[in-house]
Write a protein that binds this ligand. Structure first.
Ligand SMILES: Cc1cc2nc3c(=O)[nH]c(=O)nc-3n(C[C@H](O)[C@H](O)[C@H](O)COP(=O)(O)OP(=O)(O)OC[C@H]3O[C@@H](n4cnc5c(N)ncnc54)[C@H](O)[C@@H]3O)c2cc1C
Ligand SMILES: NC(=O)c1ccc[n+]([C@@H]2O[C@H](COP(=O)([O-])OP(=O)(O)OC[C@H]3O[C@@H](n4cnc5c(N)ncnc54)[C@H](OP(=O)(O)O)[C@@H]3O)[C@@H](O)[C@H]2O)c1
Length: 509
């Protein structure tokens, strides 16, 4: 497809990208690479790029996808140190990519967008934003907005823990100023964050109380370092690297079957059950503890996690695993349903993220005054997580309905960003001042997505997500097919997907 890089008068749309994490950075680079577009600005609330990888610094924080799949295709990193790299290495990769493409110049740090409203007459988005350093508030008009605000960003702090009287923090806000040496520490949760933190702190603390009310399915992690031989091979033979990445991509893509409940997935599911059982049995000698670690939900109703160190950490003499619900938090004491009470110095909440809070009602107002977040109750309506009806000239990177459990975000994200690039090109080619995804295209995608979901193991709801049942995104939807299919379908671009209106040029009101 030929890309149109300017309007007929040589101008390009003014674009505001919100967020400078993995997604926002990808958007910035591709606007420059694919469209040579420079009329964009990235608003970032934090003081550096990285998002997830800047905010999550807890001990043990690492990628749980193969590192060579967790980088952009346009900036392959031949030097990843190992198969599953630690957080710092990913952050460094994102920083160096941003430097390589001069993206830092485009980012306005410590700047938070608080509200945006579409002005139909002016064919522009009106953004309210504030400078978090000075407290100043300002308004900006732009032609196009791109949300790259992330989903796992706002810590979920269950109310019952707010009154805990010792030191308390969330996994995504690690308190490095508190030394855990010799302390009595509790950790709530059994998701991917908790599973990485427990082995990261177990040898430091005096006692570790692990509150894991719903045990996870834990797979072994086949981790290893990449030797200099491998790094040189990747660097000298980029084609070999491409083949290596492609083979792993498709191998991992077949794992979507683990989350399916139809008969062709029986082999994958049985194999996973077997490996997980064997891993648990091998790594947990104590039968009482082992019994507590048997998940009660179906395999696939929650993301399986990888770890070689979590189960051995739970078996250490200074660790107690509590599978019963927490029923009381009083002072610095925690009581579980089996009547046991523990006194703690520190409580760490690895209780996940409030995905509903990413799109609050009243802050994203589209055409005809449509409150987008409200229109998403009880569940989001998007076109491949990249845009939504009612919001002209607005795109999302990793928007709702687009994540998968079995693949890293990167390849899906790049496909969404290509969709944005093509849409902007279409706008410029036809001289439209606005472009909006049609209801028809969206409804067709939702039907397809629902058909896939019907074949999958019912996802959750976890005990935590049921608490937010009336909020948008409480039923954060995923894509339950292969990523190859998602990407192929999204890559089939056509002007018929949109309603294009207006004529580009100065607007007289
Ligand atoms: C601990 C952890 C580990 C993970 N590991 C993996 C993994 O191994 N593989 C994988 O595929 N995924 C993983 N994920 C998911 C991960 O979030 C994504 O892979 C990816 O990093 C998301 O990037 P993002 O840019 O979309 O969002 P984020 O990284 O959350 O970045 C969003 C950015 O937007 C900014 N922002 C948000 N709202 C505003 C606003 N209103 N104004 C201004 N700025 C704003 C934020 O400050 C942030 O910097 C992990 C998540 C967590 C929490
Ligand atoms: N390297 C990686 O790949 C990596 C690392 C970390 C995170 N992540 C991703 O980030 C996302 C969030 O992961 P996460 O582990 O932070 O969160 P999570 O998967 O949402 O898990 C939260 C955990 O906290 C528990 N919990 C919540 N509220 C509770 C309460 N009131 N009392 C007791 N337990 C409570 C939950 O139990 P219930 O299930 O019973 O509600 C669950 O075990 C996931 O998609 C994950 O894959 C990835």
């Amino acid at each position: 497809m030929v890309l149109f890089k300017t309007y007929k008068d040589g101008s390009t749309p003014e674009i505001a990208v919100i967020g400078a994490g993995l997604s926002g950075l990808c958007v910035g680079v591709q606007l420059q690479r694919m469209l040579q577009l420079t009329t964009y600005k990235i608003f970032e609330a934090d003081s550096d790029i990285g998002g997830t990888w800047l905010q999550n610094t807890y001990p043990g924080c690492a990628c749980d996808n193969l590192s060579h799949l967790y980088n952009y295709s346009f900036a392959p990193n031949y030097d990843w140190s190992r198969k599953y790299v630690p957080q710092k290495e990913i952050l460094e990769y994102l920083r160096s990519t941003a430097h390589m493409y001069n993206i830092y110049d485009k980012i306005q740090f410590r700047s938070k967008v608080s509200r945006m409203q579409w002005n139909e007459d002016r064919q522009k988005w009106v953004l309210n934003w504030s400078n978090l350093a000075t407290g100043e508030e300002a308004v900006l008009e732009v032609d196009v907005v791109i949300h790259a605000t992330g989903l796992f960003r706002i810590p979920r702090i269950p109310q019952e823990f707010a009154q805990f009287k010792g030191e308390l923090w969330h996994s995504a806000r690690w308190r490095w100023d508190v030394d855990l040496t010799g302390k009595r520490v509790g950790i709530v949760g059994s998701g991917a964050s908790a599973i990485q933190i427990v082995p990261g702190i177990v040898d430091k603390v005096k006692n570790l109380e692990v509150y894991g009310r719903s045990a996870s399915y834990i797979m072994p992690q086949f981790d290893a370092q990449y030797s200099n031989f491998w790094k040189t091979l990747f660097r000298r033979l980029p084609l070999f690297h491409t083949i290596y990445v492609t083979v792993w991509h498709y191998l991992f893509d077949s794992l979507f079957l683990v989350y399916r409940r139809t008969w062709p997935s029986s082999f994958h599911r049985a194999l996973f059950y077997l490996i997980i059982w064997w891993h648990r049995r091998r790594q947990t000698p104590d039968p009482t503890l082992r019994q507590k670690l048997v998940p009660t939900r179906l395999l696939g109703s929650k993301r399986t996690v990888l770890s070689n160190t979590y189960l051995p950490a739970l078996s250490k003499p200074n660790v107690e695993y509590h599978s019963d619900d927490i029923i009381k938090v009083e002072g610095n004491k925690i009581t579980t349903a089996d009547g046991q009470t523990q006194e703690l110095d520190v409580l760490i909440l690895a209780t996940g993220f409030d995905t509903a809070a990413n799109y609050p009602v009243g802050q994203w107002i589209g055409r005809d005054g449509i409150d987008i977040a409200e229109s998403w109750i009880p569940s989001p309506r998007t076109y491949y997580g990249a845009c939504t009806p009612g919001a002209p000239n607005c795109f999302m990177a990793w928007g709702p309905m687009s994540g998968t459990f079995h693949q890293p975000l990167t390849s899906l994200l790049e496909q969404q960003v290509m969709f944005m690039v093509k849409s902007l090109s279409l706008m410029m080619e036809h001289g439209y001042s606005s472009l909006e995804i049609t209801e028809r295209a969206t409804t067709e995608f939702i039907k397809l997505s629902d058909e896939k979901a019907a074949l999958a193991v019912p996802f959750g709801p976890t005990k935590a997500t049921t608490q937010t049942a009336k909020k948008p995104l409480s039923s954060l939807k995923y894509w339950w097919g292969t990523l190859a299919e998602f990407n192929l379908r999204l890559s089939r671009f056509s002007s018929e997907l949109f309603t294009g209106t207006g004529v580009h040029g100065p607007v007289q009101v």
